[in-house]
Ligand binder design. Structure first.
Ligand code: 13P
Length: 289
């Protein structure tokens, strides 16, 4: 059942669990996430980056696929179709395409500009019944061996953005997209606590969910995180299972037609399902639909 993400995240914040926002890349990803959410009776968010939408054709292609699949598979749990790290233009495209939720990531703009543009996007999203996420600070990452700690969010800026009327907030607290390097400093819980206080119960978002130790995930949830984004981990599970299938020579089994894409991609599909199930269990969203 396609819905916006506001209510499911308010319920998660109040119930001290988090909803998994899983990035989708293609049909297999979408089906794996939807069926696992239904089996686990868990709400879920499908995250779509501009890059993934381009790969699949367009935001409209993604929306049409998700809507049709949601219906065809009789998905009854709440599912939000959400733009991940959207630009100003991509937010507008997703409104047109029929997404139910958007993230406007204005974190790279000077703060005043982030405020002005976020305000505009809030009005647009809410006029269409969509939920909206904004970002303060920045999510770090590793590029060519250079480790960026990310930009730790300023709680005062978080308060200002929260008061504009956003539905949930991504704040940089030392989290990083992709795998965490050995010298990672961990999440900045002191800042998270301050942000939670000044944003007065607004559901908080933790990006870079791949590779964060379980105890840190649980602590983050206890401090107000209600949405956790996971992308890389599903890609790694999919790649590993697919590699094992090919290395075992199964794609060359002519009798069983192991080269048929529905067979070739099946282990990877099952691996994504397993990863999503583990995340839902860890985040505490099982049975919360
Ligand atoms: P990971 O790829 O580190 O799981 O991060 C996903 C994410 O934050 C998407 O916005």
């Amino acid at each position: 059942m396609l819905v916006n993400a506001k209510e499911m995240l308010q319920k998660a914040a109040a119930g001290k669990y988090a909803v998994a926002a899983i990035n989708i890349n293609n049909l297999e990803w979408t089906k794996a996430v939807l069926t696992t959410a239904e089996e686990q009776n868990s709400p879920v968010i499908l995250g779509v980056t501009g890059g993934a939408a381009k790969y699949m054709g367009s935001f409209s292609t993604v929306a049409a696929m998700v809507k049709a699949m949601d219906k065809a598979l009789n998905i009854t749990v709440p599912v939000a179709l959400h733009l991940d790290h959207g630009s100003y233009e991509q937010c507008q495209d997703c409104v047109e395409a029929g997404f139910t939720s958007i993230m406007f990531d204005g974190s790279h703009y000077p703060f005043e500009e982030n405020v002005t543009k976020t305000k505009e996007m809030i009005a647009l999203a809410h006029s269409k019944g969509m939920s909206i996420e904004a970002e303060v600070g920045a999510i770090g990452g590793e590029e060519d061996g250079v480790v960026g700690a990310g930009d730790i969010a300023d709680p005062e800026e978080c308060r200002i953005i929260a008061e504009l009327g956003i539905d949930f907030l991504a704040a940089g607290i030392g989290n990083i997209h992709g795998q965490y390097p050995d010298n990672w400093l961990g999440l900045d819980f002191e800042t998270l606590e301050k942000i939670f206080k000044v944003t007065k119960g607004l559901p908080l978002v933790l990006h870079g969910g791949t590779g964060i130790p379980e105890d840190m995930i649980k602590k983050a949830i206890s401090l107000g995180v209600a949405k956790i984004n996971v992308n890389t981990e599903c890609q790694l599970s999919f790649a590993k299972a697919t590699r094992e299938y090919i290395e075992a020579g199964k794609d060359q089994d002519m009798k069983k037609k192991g080269f048929d894409p529905r067979k070739l991609l099946a282990p990877g599909y099952e691996a994504i399902k397993q990863t999503v199930k583990e995340k839902m269990e860890l985040f505490g969203s099982v049975g919360k639909a």
